[in-house]
Design a protein around this ligand. Structure first.
Ligand code: NAP
Length: 244
């Protein structure tokens, strides 16, 4: 089978390795946001397609048999394009989404459906550890009565104002290091997406240990698609699709 994997996640890379080892022809597509990304097995193409219709045309022209959307749970536009593009090319789409983190029984996260509401809710003088990605930064930085520690995988596109400090960091992160960082910056609030997975989970453990309030930005609603939550399920779903 010729399979297009929409990637940008650790599991997309793992799926590429497994599918190549099974003898499939695999092309992974990356958005191109990360410099020096870890390369998956098989072929790789980098950069946007130019929208859903262009993705549909690409899938047809390149004669793909299946499309596996393994982009990040918060990559809403790409998830939408995957549904429309696969429909146009008359291909079965499998969407891999890793399981979200669960609130521990003895801790309450404050949950938000938007960054705007989370930013508005922060109390005055909060010291905030922001791990929400570059697109959402401006919303929080409007709160000049708070201080921010911003961590991103890539250097920032523009310098931060005086009430924010930036650090670059690539996962995996570990509880000890996360707790030390939170202590050093006097963090009172952690703002995070519910990305799930083990690579960035340590910040939640460290926050819990230090009694830091967690603001969780809930996952966005996505267009309906055949959804799986483990790498094994994704492979099984693609195999089922062969017989379909
Ligand atoms: P997005 O807002 O959903 O997508 C914006 C545009 O980027 C898409 O319309 C598409 O351009 C292009 N794009 C996104 N993923 C692509 C892929 N795998 N291959 C080719 N083009 C892609 O996505 P995003 O939130 O900016 O995320 C970009 C990438 O970073 C994704 O691949 C995602 O898996 C990864 N990532 C995102 C997050 C996050 O929090 N959002 C976290 C970790 C990793 P065209 O319309 O031109 O095709």
């Amino acid at each position: 089978m010729k399979i297009l994997i929409l990637g940008g996640t650790e599991e997309a890379r793992e799926l590429a390795g497994r599918l190549v080892a099974m003898g499939h022809e695999v092309v992974t597509s990356l958005a191109g946001r990360t410099s020096e990304p870890l390369m998956p097995a098989g072929k790789v193409r980098i950069g946007g397609f130019g929208g859903a219709e262009a993705l549909g045309t690409f899938l047809r022209r390149e004669k793909f048999d299946r499309v596996l959307d393994a982009t990040h749970p918060y990559a809403v536009q790409m998830h939408t394009n995957a549904v429309l593009g696969a429909e146009m090319a008359n291909l079965r789409l499998v969407r891999f989404l890793r399981q979200p983190w669960q609130e521990p029984p003895d801790v309450s996260w404050v949950q938000f459906t938007s960054d705007e509401t989370a930013a508005e809710t922060l109390p005055q003088d909060a010291h905030v550890f922001l791990t929400v990605g570059q697109k959402q930064l401006a919303t929080y930085l409007e709160r000049r009565d708070c201080r921010f520690l911003v961590r991103s995988i890539e250097p920032l596109e523009r310098p931060l104002p005086g009430h924010a400090t930036h650090i670059v960091g690539r996962p995996p992160f570990y509880p000890g290091g996360e707790a030390e960082l939170m202590e050093r910056f006097g963090i009172t609030h952690l703002v995070t997406k519910n990305s799930g997975g083990v690579q960035t989970e340590a910040k939640l453990q460290a926050a819990q240990q230090r009694g830091i309030e967690v603001y969780m930005i809930l996952r966005p609603e996505l267009a309906p698609a055949y959804e799986v939550h483990t790498v094994g399920q994704a492979i099984a779903a693609l195999r089922l699709a062969i017989a379909a």
